[in-house]
Design a protein around this ligand. Structure first.
Ligand code: C2E
Ligand code: CA
Ligand code: CA
Length: 392
């Protein structure tokens, strides 16, 4: 079972006629890839089913999946424009399953759900246990809805961002925490993706921004970094909402740094460019998060004006290996040449901090300085710093 990724954006930006053309083109691309005895069908919307009646091995199915993935990657020429999509694929291998058609469809659908949850643009084969994990996600979704409504279980913690060369705390990053009544503390890495899939990210993101604004008011001397998920950018009027929330709180947008990942910039998406530019015009700072993990291309930095890049923690952790050391040095130099600030995350040792300072990093963040802490503890860290300054 196949489902196109980012198809809605094609429809929204290039129009339905372009969407229809893309669907036809994609259909014929997959028909060309399979044996004549295979069935290629469109279920509706951007969903397709491919039935391979005579495959001998799982490997053969995987090979076809890889071919379909790359066929989807080639740009689609539609109505004089180029459109880029991807595809998520759910596979069920009938010799291992029943041959009941309904049951096969249900399992392929569950596998497809897993492919999407894994970040889309990939395939997943149905495996026993997937049923269970879907139930788990549904339960988390319900609980998250409840937590958002009550507001009791969610918190924002703050991690200090320190200036290089022994400077004091210059900012904080707002990081969300969920204290679940039965499951305990749930990591944002497990519930943010569920919030993204279900659309709850919109409400969650606004709630975090409101919290971050009150932090910004309490600590006027610091900038406050807030993470934005790519899914938020797809919401209509997203930039307007952000501007509204921050202005209503009486916070200067210049005090807020919005962290976006490279995936946000990846798809030449008009709507995203417009939103980012609106935010920048309103005075927000933009930082490119997790730099180096995705498709890092410095040409993104030219096309989308950003103020800062955050070198991903994997590079910091691998400092000392020739590759990482060379990459970090090169990235800092290039960024500075382009007039951008550089920060590094995941700094855990004195040695890393010394290297990064020497390389010219402007801001550092990591367990060496402090983990993310509740508001009161952050307050305490700031007052220790004030005392030190007075003593000096
Ligand atoms: P991120 O934006 O890369 O955030 C930094 C993560 O690295 C945080 O994990 C932080 O606690 C962790 N970290 C900080 N210093 C160190 C260190 O020295 N060593 C190591 N190993 N890790 C360090 P956390 O809070 O679990 O957040 C994980 C991810 O979840 C974040 O990665 C971000 O992508 C997402 N996230 C967290 N809060 C939010 C939020 O409010 N909104 C959105 N959209 N995403 C969020
Ligand atoms: Ca971040
Ligand atoms: Ca990061």
């Amino acid at each position: 079972m196949l489902d196109l990724d980012r198809f809605k954006q094609v429809n929204d930006t290039l129009g339905h006629a372009a969407g229809d053309a893309l669907i036809r083109d994609f259909g014929s691309r997959i028909s060309d890839l399979v044996q004549p005895d295979a069935t290629v069908a469109r279920l509706g919307g951007d969903e397709f089913v491919v039935l391979l009646p005579d495959v001998q091995s799982k490997q053969a199915v995987e090979n076809i999946c890889h071919k379909i993935l790359s066929a989807a990657h080639r740009p689609f020429a539609v109505l004089g424009s180029e459109a880029f999509v991807g595809v998520s694929i759910g596979v069920v291998f009938s010799p291992e399953s029943s041959t009941d058609r309904m049951e096969l469809m249900r399992k392929a659908d569950i596998a497809l759900y897993h492919a999407k949850a894994a970040g889309r643009d990939c395939f997943r084969a149905f495996a026993p246990g997937m049923d269970e994990s879907i139930k788990f996600r549904r339960r988390i979704e319900e609980d998250l809805r409840r937590a958002l409504a009550s507001g009791d279980e969610l918190r924002v913690h703050y991690q200090p961002l320190v200036g290089a060369a022994g400077e004091p705390i210059v900012g904080v990053e707002a990081l969300v925490r969920w204290q679940h009544p039965r499951r305990g503390l749930i990591s944002p890495e497990s519930f943010i993706p569920i919030a993204e899939e279900t659309g709850l990210i919109s409400q969650l993101g606004e709630w975090i921004l409101v919290e971050a604004c009150s932090a910004a008011k309490r600590w006027p001397q610091l900038f406050v970094a807030v993470n934005l998920s790519p899914a938020q950018f797809r919401m209509p009027k997203f930039a307007e909402r952000v501007i509204e929330i921050v202005c209503e709180a009486g916070v200067d947008p210049g005090q807020i740094e919005l962290e976006v990942t490279e995936t946000v910039l990846l798809h030449d998406d008009e709507a995203i460019t417009v939103a980012l530019n609106k935010l920048r015009d309103a005075g927000f700072k933009i930082a490119l998060d997790d730099f180096g993990t995705g498709y890092s291309s410095l040409s993104h930095l030219r096309k989308f004006e950003v103020d800062k890049i955050k070198i991903d923690r994997t590079f910091v952790q691998n400092l000392g290996t020739t590759d990482s050391t060379a990459i970090v040095t090169a990235v800092v130099n290039l960024a500075h040449a382009m007039g951008l600030q550089v920060s590094a995350e995941g700094v855990e040792t004195k040695h890393q901090s010394t290297f990064l300072t020497a390389a010219g990093c402007n801001v550092m963040q990591g367990f060496l300085f402090s983990k993310a802490v509740p508001h009161d503890e952050m307050e305490a860290l700031l007052s220790i710093e004030r005392d030190k300054k007075q003593a000096a």
